[in-house]
Ligand binder design. Structure first.
Ligand code: HEM
Length: 243
């Protein structure tokens, strides 16, 4: 499914939240990541008729393996090296602007949602594999490029929520919390994300870095999903990191 042909979900929120004026960064992100978006969508295959409870649960495990270390790395921004020395991707990262820090605080909840869903299916997240080939997060622009992808997933999530409810009977309370995302607040949260991207694109270098890291984030997620081991035997030999 191509990203550009679908109606903008923000339109229903326009009265309360005037859309951000068209900008170079927003159109560049949409256009330059479109190929990667469609490739990830294809690899995940969440909207097809062959989705089962088992394959859905495996997708949740894949997302957990990507989002959990990523959210942890994002939380480590601005902390002093000794606090985070033992963490993967724990090198010191400079503090973020106040706007980005508060946006992160409101958005780094996906790991908790995935945990809730996986517990519903009887999966203990402690033993799950974690991706270590994460996108770089050393600068504010890189954080924004990565966040664009993580947050954009909530738009597709709205469609996935409807699909899994209709085909598998899964609701936000019964394993569908992650894809439900912000629910009716999705348009408002996305509008805030877009404003953040515009204000963070202070010059051409920052803009290029945001776009590059958005593409990298999509590509790393796709790589992780493509190589995610399907059986316990494969898992024992996976080039990944255990919690
Ligand atoms: C089956 C899976 C998916 C479906 C059906 C889907 C569908 C959609 C739809 C309908 C939109 C709105 C397009 C628009 O309003 O113009 C969208 C946007 C977006 N999606 Fe997905 N998506 C899926 C998976 C993902 C994933 C896994 C990610 C990232 C991890 C992602 C990232 C994005 C981003 C960043 C946008 C915003 C594009 C823009 O700049 O306007 N999507 N997706």
């Amino acid at each position: 499914m191509a990203v550009l042909v679908v109606t903008d979900p923000e339109s229903q929120h326009e009265a309360a939240f005037p859309p951000v004026a068209p900008s170079s960064i927003l159109s560049r992100l949409r256009l330059e990541t479109r190929g990667e978006h469609d490739a990830v969508e294809q690899v995940l295959d969440l909207m097809g008729g062959s989705l089962t409870h088992q394959s859905y649960r495996q997708r949740l495990e894949q997302f957990y393996g990507f989002y959990a270390p990523l959210e942890k790395a994002l939380q480590s921004h601005g902390k002093s090296p000794p606090d985070i020395a033992d963490r993967p991707h724990g090198a010191y990262k400079p503090p973020l602007s106040e706007a980005i820090s508060s946006a992160l605080a409101a958005r780094l909840n996906k790991t908790a949602h995935l945990q809730q869903d996986l517990h519903h299916f009887g999966v203990l997240t402690d033993g799950l594999l974690l991706c270590r080939d994460l996108p770089p997060l050393g600068t504010q622009a890189e954080v924004l490029g990565c966040l664009y992808v993580m947050e954009g997933a909530t738009l597709g999530g709205r469609m996935i929520t409807q699909h899994v409810r209709a085909t598998l009977g899964i609701t936000p309370m019964t394993g569908g919390c992650f894809f439900e995302g912000y629910g009716d607040d999705t348009g408002r949260m996305w509008q805030g994300m877009r404003q953040l991207l515009v204000s963070g694109s202070t010059d051409t270098q920052a803009e290029n870095s945001i776009v590059t890291n958005a593409i990298t984030t999509f590509a790393r997620l796709r790589g992780w999903c493509e190589t995610f081991p399907k059986t316990a035997r494969q898992r024992d030999h996976a080039p990944c990191l255990k919690t």
